[in-house]
Design a protein around this ligand. Structure first.
Ligand code: DQA
Length: 145
């Protein structure tokens, strides 16, 4: 099983970025944690992060051509703005779990809309970095198949 872990804008700045909300771990730490978990589960993981909406769209489309089985997706702020990312997920039909490090449900009003959610099999939020491994487990168990 091949899983793409896709991160949107500003998530490359984890560790530096608002540590009171997102924690002190870096993006490298996050990748390492997921890699270790994926190895235990016998799942192949690919990582991609971009600050650009179009690059995230390209990555979702490429995942289709690369035979990716599932996407763990933290779209960052594009969660709350991007119909194009929703459409891309619908286009490829790859089971996707939406992840947020923080509990967006308890944050500002503008974070209460998630466009991508309509194309996701599950949402994990407010669990810090552990939300990514939980998302991977959901996909590994075959949600959405
Ligand atoms: C986030 C929450 C979003 O509202 C925010 O714009 C982010 C990170 C999270 O992981 O908690 O960039 O997706």
């Amino acid at each position: 099983m091949k899983i793409l872990v896709l991160n949107g804008p500003n998530l490359n700045m984890l560790g530096t970025r608002e540590p009171a909300i997102y924690g002190s771990g870096t993006y490298d730490d996050l990748q390492q944690m997921i890699r270790t978990h994926a190895e235990k589960c016998g799942v192949e993981v690919l990582f991609y992060q971009s600050n650009h909406e179009g690059a995230l769209l390209d990555a979702i489309q490429q995942a289709y051509f690369d035979g990716v089985d599932g996407i763990v997706f933290n779209p960052g702020a594009y969660t709350h703005t991007s119909v194009a990312l929703l459409d891309a997920l619908k286009t490829v039909g790859i089971p996707t779990v939406e992840v947020h490090i923080s509990n967006v449900a308890k944050r500002e009003d503008f974070r209460q809309i998630s466009y991508v959610r309509a194309a996701c099999v599950a949402t994990v939020m407010g669990k810090g970095f552990a939300g990514y491994t939980e998302a991977l487990d959901i996909l590994a168990k075959g949600a959405g198949q």
